[in-house]
Ligand binder design. Sequence first.
Ligand code: GLP
Length: 235
Amino acid sequence: MQIFVEKDYNAVSEKASEIILNCIRENPRIVLGLATGSTPEKTYKLIAQNYKKNKLSFKEVKTFNLDEYLGLENSHKQSYHSFMKKNLFNKIDINIKNTFFPTEFISPGKYEQQIKDNGGIDLQILGIGRNGHIGFNEPYSSFKSKTRKVSLTKTTIKDNSRFFTNRKEVPVMAVTMGINTIMQAKKIILLASGKNKQKAVLNLITNKISNKNPASILWTHKNVIFLIDKACIKK
Ligand code: GLP
């Protein structure tokens, strides 16, 4: 486990994009696990800017998104499909056929099989929810969980409501990679930034491993980087 405490959100994003780009340079056929949310937005922006400048190709790269809402069309502005297109896929030369979402593989074991058939996830990018969730694995999710349908907690629904104009539109269900699915990745980077992640990050760093705090399982992974900023830990 490596922990990097960066100055601020921009520095976290710079470092994350460097790590990801280096991994792609080393392995142009890399399989990436991708997260959505406001935290990785700048990281994706920097990766897209790098593509524009240096033309590092994504033609052979494959991606597996962590999660997606249920009950929203893929074309909905707030779907994670749209998020990925807007923030990354439309700005690089990735083949859209190489981009996968769990809502297309809902039956038990299907997403895991698809990941396995593509060689497994080499690098998984994660954010963290205020309640310690990773993907949409809410507190008390089993550490053995695989990709499945889940109900979102009140905290998560409230947090996500900032992206929707109408509260009634905010999805209450999603499909997420399971905790076990995430833990199969060969390398993981968890990004966190800002005061509102302080509780989640302090819990992660100081508390014991428990499924009350899903992200805590990452301590048992052999190749994890926590990339956080000062605001996450400053009292
Ligand atoms: C959602 C996503 C998570 C993400 C979390 C934090 O719940 N499913 O994958 O990590 O939000 O989002 P943000 O980065 O916007 O705080």
